[in-house]
Design a protein around this ligand. Structure first.
Ligand code: ADP
Ligand code: GN1
Ligand code: MG
Length: 369
């Protein structure tokens, strides 16, 4: 995208002051994110602008309706609870001049704007169990806050997003087509996917059969979607709300386990570094359950360890599918980036498997205390 469009784009939104500059920001795989600086009567303020990836989110208007409902609800709760820092603890949507929570540029691209939450950072890896605990607590709290969102049901931002069975259908179609001739390079990964297919559908089957309840969840709780307060290292605000929709609490705890329990980044190529760490697992769940145990049912807690393995598997499958299809979905920075990510996730599952009984015992202990 041409950066020269930014001055016109940022002026589509209701922002007071003189626009100074704008630049790319953050490292998400899906949207394009920018930060702009404004001079507001002598004070410098910043905003986040995102070009919504409308080939992935085909109804950006519905996404923004979900996000407004969710952020307004959380803001109301924080204010009612007397939280002075409420405007940093939830994203705040800035409307466009027509009052809508999005705007379209001259080329038809969809844009949105948020207040920039100052004094925060995001993590690509966790450096201590304490950080893991904060991250877990923030998602438990997010789910708790949204448990009281009044009807109607949120829109399905991406139907079947964590539906392993549907993801396998697409994987097999990509394999059959093999449009880039890459299948022959990835036989061990394909074998892994086949071997784990049956086990992988446990979450989606449990949800479909109503053995676990539908709840509003975030669906993309990897740790760089959580803003950390520079001041005290606590998880301050849950960001990247595109995928907030009905699902199971286990999708969120599973994605946290996937990203928080290893010191390696998701695309680390040295697989010896990709290790599941029980101390971080315990701290993460201790934080999560400090908020969530009051509403989770036994059928959910029984699947917590499995959820980490499950969401790691669905990511491995999606990275591999994208690699086979020619890297259309995730932003990549090198030719085999998606394959590296897939191998990394498989390595993480193997490491989880090697410590499985200990992980189950941790969950059992935390849930009974
Ligand atoms: P993507 O969907 O591409 O992952 P995100 O919504 O996660 O995009 O945004 C990308 C990054 O921008 C985040 O990881 C975070 O670092 C930063 N970010 C997003 N929203 C804000 C905000 N309101 N204030 C400060 N930083 C933000
Ligand atoms: C994407 O948007 P981002 O980068 O936070 C993806 C997630 C994956 C993640 C893997 C809408 O998240 O599902 O877990 O990459 N989001 C979407 O890093 O597909
Ligand atoms: Mg993100």
């Amino acid at each position: 995208m041409e950066l020269s469009v930014l001055p016109a784009v940022v002026r589509l939104f209701v922002i007071y002051g003189e626009f100074e500059n704008a630049a790319p920001f953050g490292g998400g795989h899906i949207n394009e994110t920018f930060v702009s600086c404004w001079n507001q009567a002598g004070t410098r303020l910043r905003y986040i602008h995102q070009r919504i990836n409308s080939s992935i989110f085909i109804r950006p208007d519905e996404i923004m309706e979900n996000i407004c409902r969710v952020t307004d609800h959380i803001a109301q709760k924080l204010i009612t609870d007397g939280e002075p820092d409420w405007s940093r603890k939830t994203l705040r949507v800035i409307p466009a001049w027509d009052g809508k929570p999005f705007a379209r540029d001259a080329d038809g691209n969809w844009w949105r704007t948020y207040l920039f939450i100052e004094g925060t950072k995001t993590l690509e890896v966790t450096a201590s169990p304490k950080e893991a605990r904060f991250l877990g607590a923030s998602i438990g709290n997010f789910q708790k806050q949204l448990a009281s969102l009044p009807p109607p049901r949120l829109h399905d931002a991406i139907p079947g997003f964590h539906d392993m069975e549907k993801r396998y259908v697409r994987f097999y179609a990509a394999l059959e087509k093999d449009s880039c001739g890459r299948a022959k390079e990835v036989e061990p990964e394909i074998d892994f996917m086949r071997e784990n297919e049956e086990r992988g559908s446990i979450l989606v089957r449990s949800l479909r059969d109503s053995r676990i309840p539908e709840r509003i969840c975030h669906n993309d709780t990897k740790m760089n979607n959580i803003l950390i307060d520079d001041k005290d290292g606590r998880a301050l605000c849950v960001a990247d709300l595109d995928t907030v929709m009905p699902g199971t609490s286990l999708f969120d705890v599973g994605d946290l386990i996937r990203t928080v329990t290893t010191r390696a980044e998701e695309d680390e190529r040295d697989l010896a570094k990709v290790a599941f760490d029980l101390a971080y697992f315990q701290a993460l769940l201790d934080g999560y359950l400090s908020q969530a145990l009051e509403f989770l049912i036994g059928e959910e807690t029984a699947l917590i360890a499995e959820s980490g393995r499950n969401i790691t598997q669905i990511m491995a499958l999606r990275f591999l599918t994208d690699y086979l299809e020619g890297d259309h979905y995730y932003h990549i920075k090198r030719p085999q980036h998606n394959l590296d990510r897939c191998r990394n996730q498989i390595a993480l599952i193997r490491s989880m498997d090697s410590q499985w009984d200990a992980a189950l015992q941790i969950v059992e202990r935390l849930c009974s205390s």
